[in-house]
Design a binder for this molecule. Sequence first.
Ligand code: ADP
Ligand code: MG
Length: 481
Amino acid sequence: MLTNLNYENGQVSNVDNSNAYEAWNKFLEIISLNISELKLNTWFRPIKAKHIDNDILTISVPSKDYYDMIISRFGDVVSKAIKAVLGDSGRLIYEIDISVPVELPEEIAAPVIQNPQTQNTGNYGQSHAQPQSENIYASASYFNSEYTFDNFVKGKNNEFATAAALSICNRPGAQYNPLMIYGGVGLGKTHLIQAIGNQLKDNRTGIKIMYISGPEFTTSFVQSIRTNKAHEFERYYKSLDILIVDDIQFLEGKESTQDSFFQIFNSLYQLKRQIVLSSDKPPHQLTGLEERLITRFQWGLTVDIQPPDLETRTAILNKKCETEKISVPYEVLEFIAYNIKDNIRSLEGCLKSLIFDSELTKMPISLDMAKRSVLKFGAIKNRKQNLDIGSIIAAVSKFFDLEESLLRLKTKRQEIVLARHAAMYLCREMTSCSLETIGAHFGGRNHATVIHACKCVDDMVNIDPGFKDKIDIIREELLTS
Ligand code: ADP
Ligand code: MG
């Protein structure tokens, strides 16, 4: 039973120890008007009021770190609430009581789901259980030595991102802070941000640099809260020279983790320490992130990586062959590059499967073999079996209302050139015939002419929606007839 509660001018004064509980409840009521319920439950509900002595309220907290973190996050709100409850000279002091249960919000209580991408590679620091020393955090940082600038093919799709990444290596923290690289899956974000890490690590001895993925950051933070080491966790991150966080979109909807990241971000930013982030979408589309974080991401430079064009895709495959010291006919590389467009990881996977097939069957790598690999990767979607060059020429001529034989003529008449180019383009896309074979069906043209034709059509498809529709209609016709 609480007795002797004496309110004067809306404040509690001269209450005895049994009223500490009541004062604390009043304090919580005021706090709850200023912070979210999740934060209230995470940070304040576990605390117990111990006793009150005039205007000094003593509470028990699970650790000093815990108290420090509350003050670093909510210092202003706490001091206002204390004054409202205990008067202008009111003070809050703490005792440590390790038996105080830390009530974990859902995000922290629930098991954290690892990024499947990360799991697949199996390369990253896997476990963050029981972080006890700096080494635990440092060991989570994994740099893949293959992910260097030298191994990264520059193309139109990534030229700004690459330039920004290189510039950061020259002057970390100076100009583009934070650097945020965004783009779809398998387009080279991880490779590029790891290249920054690898380069800085090699060039600047003693630099304290951390690479971590969004899911791993979350896991690590959650563990630190569970083990009362959240302060240690933040302290470590705040001591870094360079922080690289991959796949920051995984922080969406995780309020407490975002909160911790916000503290770390601010501290590093003020100290002009470089922050590098990657995401699968631009900052403004990260709807599950707090506005204050999105705003901060936009303080620096945001650059995208787009899907690579044919030339870059082929160059990437070429580079992989060089690295693997394996020789693959150029035509085969082009065939793969032509058919797998949206994801460099699949491009590489297809090449690897091809090399594997060739080793297994002890047969040289051929276009037919490549076709099987590409099919395995699902790239030639809805490919109609046995589609031949003749059927494509027939369909294209019918669509453009031209005699089939005209497509084989060496004429420069505009409408015939256009139809011939379209037919060559579809032959290349829809059959596994070599460029020479395709050329031969169009009046004995060489492979360079076929490449040129395909490039013209590619360009037109990109700039002229009407033309793209025509190609789509013919393709549809070929697949369904
Ligand atoms: P993301 O992180 O965007 O999903 P990754 O960085 O994991 O993509 O890239 C997928 C694979 O493609 C990696 O093996 C990477 O080395 C390779 N890759 C991506 N872009 C390039 C490039 N421009 N040059 C060479 N390899 C690349
Ligand atoms: Mg990645």
